[in-house]
Design a protein around this ligand. Sequence first.
Ligand code: 5GP
Length: 206
Amino acid sequence: MSDKRNQGLALIISGPSGVGKGTVISKLLESFSCNGDIKDTSSNFELSLSYSTRKPRGNETNGKDYIFVSVEEFKQKIANSEFAEWAQVHGNYYGTSVNYLKEIINGKRVIFEIDVQGAKKLINLCQERQCNNLSIFLEPPSMADLVARLNKRGTETEESLAIRYKNAQNELAAGCYFDKTIVNDRIEQTVVEIKKIIMEKESGNE
Ligand code: 5GP
């Protein structure tokens, strides 16, 4: 059995807006640092920090939630080839720094919470650059459940909600591009499944 733990890992977590990616990832990171059964690896799991042109929400901080930039700054970064992937999502630009790929190749393990279009690009780039990667697609239990979660979040305007619902229909068809799909019904169960998938990947038992 090959041990891939010293290779670094791009853990790409995607799914439609409102499916709970952010909550699942924070619970996952929490479980690693508390009592994780892959405790020995917790110290080098890092959450990627994306660039976005969206306006910060009330409780968000620049440099913690996103690096918030203007559309002009974002376009300049595209021109400078600073992104591993970027996408226009729900009317705003989002992008992942290309520096993460180098870090992963040097042994870091990074979690990416990105949209479906960006995830497909990142998966392809990782494969091209032989960067160890694992992609997980989170699905809601139903469309009605997704709509209810987005409404409950209370962070979006009517217009932004309408765009997110519409995009979710297309995004849900993208599960086939990912290594694994998980229906995010109960967060605790989703976290357990993700940890199991990581362990299988790193022990070579995929
Ligand atoms: P939100 O505006 O709710 O923070 O994020 C909207 C969507 O953009 C979510 O699906 C989120 O995962 C995605 N996203 C966040 N960062 C990135 C990124 O760097 N690249 C891409 N392609 N999508 C991102």
